[in-house]
Design a protein around this ligand. Structure first.
Ligand code: MN
Ligand code: MN
Length: 297
């Protein structure tokens, strides 16, 4: 089962500049083949379906725990997209003034036509995320090898989105995800080494671009975030420490398990967007109804 904390895993800087086309690019990191929905669902189903998990518990714990981190990454990417879509329509609800005409220049019209300027389970070209992006043979070595490959593809996507967008909120989020994806790459490499003896960490970083080249990732590596694997459970998944131990392949010290979630940051309250009727035609009235409900509770 899952608990939920109403915070983001990372203190996302507020956006003061609307940028719907960068929001469309960031969608690749949410609903793309190598996006956060894919890492989440791959690790989630692999953990649901694992046979003999009492015999391979460190690997079960590792995959199940990383799945939980990925759920928070979806939340973070969605918050990023929502921030970039903030103010992308004018504060007018008069349909006669065509308040959404400015959105015709946006790459993803569904952000305006199908949602209230919100994140969607689609990629940067608006193609939906698909269940067959999940790879789960049931063979632990094959699945771990796939997970290493998946994190590698995810790293490629993050690097390219970073090269495409210059919005500071998007870059901060992508920098964080580059560092966390790097942790997962190393974790699956270490798991494969334990199981097979193959030196997979020699293939890192892949793509061969050091995180130090991305200023928003370097800042976090300077704080040692790339050494930490957070354990997202009060009492469970402790055996992941049998895999997440020893030196980091960067050669800058040993990795460590952190018992508990990262400090994180607040989930911003984004203002209403009247031109897309979000959250409703009269936000003041909705707030009054909500106040009445809360005082009656
Ligand atoms: Mn992730
Ligand atoms: Mn990951």
């Amino acid at each position: 089962m899952f608990l939920r904390i109403d915070k983001l895993q990372f203190a996302l800087p507020a956006s003061n500049q609307t940028d719907p086309n960068s929001a469309a690019a960031v969608q690749e990191l949410l609903g793309g083949r190598f996006g956060e929905m894919s890492t989440l669902m791959n690790y989630m189903y692999q953990s649901f379906n694992m046979r003999g998990r009492d015999k391979v518990k460190p690997y079960y714990d590792l995959i199940a725990n990383i799945a939980t981190e990925e759920l928070g990454h979806i939340e973070l990417v969605a918050a990023t997209i929502n921030s970039l879509l903030n103010g992308a329509s004018p504060p007018s609800a008069d349909p006669a003034s065509a308040p959404l005409s400015g959105a015709l220049g946006a790459r993803n019209l569904h952000h305006f036509l199908n949602t209230g300027q919100g994140a969607m389970a689609v990629n940067s070209m608006n193609a939906p995320w698909q269940g067959d992006y999940i790879f789960n043979t049931g063979d632990l070595v094959v699945d771990l090898l796939h997970n290493f490959f998946l994190e590698t593809g995810a790293r490629m996507g993050k690097a390219r989105v970073y090269e495409m967008v210059s919005h500071p909120t998007a870059r901060a989020a992508v920098g964080y995800l580059l560092v966390r994806g790097g942790v997962h790459q190393v974790a699956y490499a270490k798991a494969l080494e334990e199981l097979t003896g193959a030196n997979v960490t020699k293939m890192l970083p892949m793509p061969n671009i050091d995180n130090a080249r991305f200023p928003d990732a370097k800042k976090l590596e300077d704080q040692g975030i790339h050494h930490k694997l957070y354990r997202f459970s009060p009492n469970d998944y402790k055996d992941l420490a049998a895999v997440w131990r020893g030196p980091h392949p960067n050669g800058d010290g040993d990795v460590e398990v952190v018992n508990g979630p990262p400090e994180g940051g607040p989930l911003a309250t984004l203002p209403e967007q009247p031109a897309v009727a979000s959250p409703g035609y009269d936000p003041g009235e909705l707030a009054e109804i909500a106040r009445r409900l809360m005082s009656a509770a």
